[in-house]
Design a protein around this ligand. Structure first.
Ligand SMILES: [Zn+2]
Length: 218
């Protein structure tokens, strides 16, 4: 893989490390880490830091059942039972996906516009405003200008796009917020597939975008 240029910042990595990220955000960060040696090293530092912090917390009184529970955990098989093999939808055949994405509960896809499909992922998220999905866009297309009502995390899985913040290529991770407005242009020679988590719907800034939004459902 070509080298990755855009990474999650320390706040995002720390949130992920502590288990504080939403399921969708955790999926996008995990999938990036799977493809990024730089962030794998960063995560190890955070994990060590978390361990050191835990050791400094003063001990608390344990319940009578604590020993029994601890023994029961130790007696559990060390290797988790194999998960049932889940087949990805046929429309994802041929895509090189990070293991977390390949194991995700990808639902069917729908066409959001000519040349654009969206495949929602069920992450177990209970907040219905938070959506996680794969988005495929044909080479050479330009997405209508839009901003965001919340946070949007994007991981590029195939191809690339360029917006006013620069180019996002395979493995790159980006966060956009209410303060960012952009109109990603897909590279002319390759279709693009991204993994996206958004905490709120996008806000179209053009009439075309407003017309398309009910079909896109994002
Ligand atoms: Zn990284």
């Amino acid at each position: 893989m070509q080298s990755v240029h855009h990474h999650p910042d320390d706040d995002i990595l720390w949130h992920y490390c502590c288990g504080a990220a939403s399921p969708g955000a955790a999926l996008v960060v995990r999938a990036h880490i799977e493809t990024c040696p730089h962030c794998r090293s960063g995560l190890k530092v955070f994990e060590a830091l978390g361990g050191a912090l835990l050791e400094r917390i003063e001990g608390v009184a344990m319940s009578d059942a604590a020993l029994e529970l601890a023994l029961a955990r130790i007696e559990r098989p060390a290797v988790a039972p194999p998960r049932p093999v889940k087949k990805l939808p046929a429309f994802l055949d041929g895509f090189a996906l990070p293991p977390s994405v390949a194991a995700a509960a990808v639902r069917g896809r729908y066409w959001a516009a000519p040349g654009v499909w969206i495949a929602p992922i069920d992450t177990g998220e209970t907040d219905r405003r938070i959506k996680t999905y794969l988005m495929y866009v044909k080479a050479g297309m330009i997405m209508p200008e839009h901003t965001h009502a919340g946070q949007e995390m994007t991981l590029m899985l195939k191809g690339s796009f360029t917006d006013k913040y620069g180019a996002l290529a395979v493995g790159d991770f980006a966060v956009r917020t209410e303060e960012d407005s952009h109109s990603p242009a897909i590279t002319a020679d390759e279709d693009c597939l991204c993994l996206v988590m958004q905490t709120a719907p996008i806000v179209p800034k053009t009439w075309l975008g407003r017309i398309l939004q009910p079909f896109a459902r994002i």
